[in-house]
Design a protein around this ligand. Structure first.
Ligand SMILES: NC(=O)c1ccc[n+]([C@@H]2O[C@H](COP(=O)([O-])OP(=O)(O)OC[C@H]3O[C@@H](n4cnc5c(N)ncnc54)[C@H](OP(=O)(O)O)[C@@H]3O)[C@@H](O)[C@H]2O)c1
Length: 362
């Protein structure tokens, strides 16, 4: 029988609630404890999500010897310190994106995790969604030829509140760290480290980027054109174009249920893929079918649909749970060196606009 991995969560906000609900889809993962800065909030959260233990401070949860891994669901600005506290307490870490506020903090956390031999990963859940992994496999197998262009955007307006974590620079506000990280992480996942990049931003009254755009250039000649916003709606789709076809990831590209693959168009035909998702309350299974069809039958498009239960956080929770059962310290879908490289890129982007967070001024 496999060991059940016992989880704790720090924070009781929006994402903690969403992720807590998806634990029911993960085998051998038990959400055992929740911690809040305020005991009554932890108790209410524990009652709502059927969690056995509620703590009135983050430290108290870290003293609990029964917790194997901590999911950090606090605002960006706390991630570095919260992750270090977990690691020093001997707990494995799944830390919400962005992993930290900047590369310097990320490096400190990564070093601490490696020194102490503790599992650590950025909670970039998008990479674990099955259709995103399917896109990665297709790109790697050369299904659309050599990638020449990637376009992705993620944005929607939020009610302006200068104290909220989205707009408050003291909490790491701005579109880049909260939303831009998704198109950036997708580009790193599919194309690797860019050779150079350029960016621009519309800054808001609190000094953070309300909307920002990033253009990454790769040695291969490929270009990624990306953007993010807290102020306007953006399509939340992604398209990867190559020399022999293209893949469109339908909205929301962070957790797609549908992609459209066009390939071999010049050859007059393409392979139509269909993926079926069989889901139960305790697990799921992916069934793939490949059909070769002439272009005329399907109007030139190959739609791939995939449904899954819950919100899609179960895939990253499962990846961490299996890694811990196997005694691994990192996951190869979201390795720490790549987390660091993405943080370095975001530092460089902010540098281009002169955006420095208050905690970085010393
Ligand atoms: N993966 C995703 O899809 C996704 C979606 C949304 C957000 N996120 C990430 O998750 C993190 C949290 O976002 P969220 O939307 O859940 O934020 P939120 O609703 O504001 O919740 C954050 C929680 O952190 C705790 N906290 C600790 N120090 C705090 C402080 N100084 N100010 C405010 N809250 C503080 C609070 O819980 P207690 O008061 O109970 O301690 C609060 O409820 C962010 O880093 C964000 O990037 C990820």
């Amino acid at each position: 029988m496999s060991k059940v991995i016992r989880w704790g969560v720090l924070g009781t906000g929006g994402i903690a609630r969403a992720v807590a609900r998806d634990f029911r889809f993960v085998q051998d993962a038990a959400l055992l404890a929740v911690a809040s800065r305020e005991l009554t909030r932890a108790q209410a959260f524990a009652r709502r999500y059927d969690i056995a233990r509620a703590y009135g401070s983050y430290d108290a949860l870290l003293q609990d010897d029964d917790i194997d891994v901590v999911y950090i669901a606090t605002p960006h600005m706390r991630h570095g310190d919260d992750a270090l506290a977990c690691i020093y307490a001997g707990k494995a870490v799944l830390c919400e994106k962005p992993f930290t506020i900047n590369a310097r903090e990320a490096q400190a956390v990564i070093q601490a995790a490696r020194d102490r031999g503790v599992f650590c990963m950025e909670a970039m859940w998008m990479r674990f969604i099955p259709l995103i992994r399917e896109v990665k496999a297709q790109v790697e197998q050369g299904e659309i030829g050599e990638v020449t262009h990637l376009a992705a955007a993620f944005g929607y307006p939020l009610p302006f509140d200068p104290r909220s974590r989205n707009f408050n620079p003291a909490l790491g506000g701005g579109a880049l760290l909260d939303r831009g990280i998704y198109p950036l992480s997708l580009s790193f996942y599919l194309l690797g480290q860019p050779a150079s990049m350029a960016s621009e931003a519309n800054m808001g009254s609190t000094g953070i980027d309300m909307t920002s755009h990033y253009r990454l250039h790769y040695d291969s000649g490929a270009v990624a054109v990306l953007s993010a916003s807290c102020a306007v709606y953006q399509p939340s789709e992604a398209t990867i174009r190559g020399t022999a076809g293209q893949i469109h990831i339908h909205a929301p590209f962070l957790r797609p249920h549908r992609i459209t693959v066009r390939q071999g168009i010049s050859a007059g035909g393409y392979r139509h893929r269909s993926l079926h998702w069989l889901a139960g309350t305790r697990g799921y299974q992916l069934v793939k079918r490949y059909l070769d069809k002439p272009l005329s039958t399907l109007g030139g498009q190959g739609d791939v649909f995939q449904r899954f239960p819950g919100l899609g956080y179960q895939f990253e929770l499962e990846a961490v749970t299996r890694s811990m059962q196997a005694g691994k310290l990192e996951h190869d879908i979201m390795p720490l060196d790549e987390t660091l490289a993405i943080m370095q890129t975001m530092d460089e982007i902010r540098q281009q606009w002169g955006l420095v967070y208050p905690s970085e001024r010393f």
